[in-house]
Design a binder for this molecule. Structure first.
Ligand code: SOE
Length: 390
């Protein structure tokens, strides 16, 4: 028991780059803003290099550091392993952690291949029988406006969904001199814009609509095929896509279009989702992430039109844990909201969402997109269980 008289939950984090920093920030702040049944303790940070891991641990607030994630499996002060590494190590770490009886939070996309994602979902199902839980980090489910959008769709406020228009637009690869990194290497990242940001819009679509994508027709392209090496002279081959474009059909009969690109000049981190239903529409853009736009098509035609909902009221999802109305939340809050939900679910003996099965559902779409694009956009159906169970 801690000084706050609650049980503690020891966290072991693997990775300390972009996502490791975002998750560290979330673990450090979550207990101050949410009423948690268990108190998270930042036990240990694992990296590939013990010295760099120790420096990162000191800066990010971790109690200790190790140079190999395998140490976390034996540590008694680790109850949950949080995986913030590139996709090529997700499956190995997650399966080992679950088999060692540690709960798991794994960054998205769940894996680099469908086979790995299937093995991870199977391991998660086995572990859940013993109360060992897992979650995949589709953090945008925890944007209050997107969570509200899901609620409004479930309430029937926009009726049957006819169209989804989903885009995730970034521009950090528009400059051909942007150097190589693991994100441009298929062996390490699995795919490019498709898996990194396309996975987010696939999950967001399935989450908000509560429907599954049942088929796709896709194009992938790599505009810059060689990039300078980061340290030293020469260049290396880019083995992933710069952009992914695909059409899809939803299980409810609606049509969907998706665009994921890292070369959309001027667009920094614009995840846009627009849904048109028989009774109304919803629109969202991550670059204005506290806003949800709602058009009620059932009202008076004279005053109809999109209106802005500022999603910061205490009754809005997550907003009550934070600041007074109108005091906006940012990218970092989504991770804090995410780990709050994770701890609350585990303590209640429930499977936190999105589950590894939800991650597998996204992976099936990613695989179908790649297979369609490899065959000139052939219509490719997606098999599997519906991802969202309302
Ligand atoms: C993490 O959730 C992530 O998907 C990153 O991997 C992307 O690169 C980013 O820009 C959005 O967030």
């Amino acid at each position: 028991m801690s000084s706050t008289n609650r049980p503690t939950v020891g966290i072991g984090l693997v990775g300390h780059a972009f996502m490791g920093r975002a998750h560290s920030h979330a673990w450090r702040s979550v207990d101050a803003f949410f009423d948690l049944p268990w108190q998270p303790v930042l036990s240990v940070l694992a990296g590939r290099d013990a010295g760099r891991a120790a420096a990162a641990a000191a800066r990010l607030g971790w109690g200790s550091a190790v140079g190999d994630w395998k140490h976390l499996l034996e540590r008694e002060d680790v109850d949950l392993i949080d995986i913030c590494t590139p996709g090529d190590s997700h499956a190995e770490i997650a399966v080992a952690a679950l088999e060692a009886g540690k709960h798991v939070l794994c960054e998205k996309p769940l894996a680099n291949t469908l086979a790995e994602a299937e093995a991870m979902a199977a391991a998660a199902e086995r572990a859940a029988r013993h109360g060992v839980r897992s979650m995949v980090g589709f953090s945008y489910r925890r944007v209050p406006a997107l969570s509200l959008a899901r609620k409004l769709v479930a309430q029937g406020r926009i009726g049957a969904i006819r169209h989804v228009r989903a885009q995730y637009l970034q521009d950090w690869l528009a400059d051909p001199l942007t150097p190589m990194s693991w994100r441009l290497d298929r062996e390490r990242a699995g795919s490019g814009a498709l898996g990194d940001i396309g996975a987010h819009i696939i999950d967001a679509t399935q989450f908000v609509t509560g429907e599954a994508l049942i088929g796709v027709s896709a194009l992938l392209d790599t505009f810059v095929t060689e990039r300078p090496l980061p340290d030293g002279p020469g260049s290396g081959p880019v083995t992933v896509d710069d952009a992914a474009l695909f059409l899809g059909r939803l299980s409810g009969g609606g049509l969907a279009s998706f665009e994921a690109t890292r070369v959309a000049t001027g667009r920094k981190n614009s995840l846009r989702l627009e849904l048109n239903g028989t009774r109304g529409s919803l629109a969202f853009d991550l670059e204005a992430m506290n806003e949800l736009w709602f058009h009620d098509n059932t009202g008076d035609a004279d005053t109809a039109g999109f209106r802005r909902i500022l999603v910061t009221e205490p009754q809005h999802p997550y907003a009550g844990a934070w600041w007074p109305p109108g005091h906006a939340l940012g990218y970092d809050h989504t991770f804090t909201n995410e780990v709050a939900d994770l701890i609350i679910a585990i303590a209640a003996g429930k499977d936190p969402e999105p589950t590894f099965a939800d991650g597998l559902a996204v992976q099936r779409v990613l695989a179908a997109v790649e297979s369609s694009a490899a065959d000139a956009g052939r219509w490719t159906t997606i098999a599997g269980d519906p991802p969202c169970d309302r």
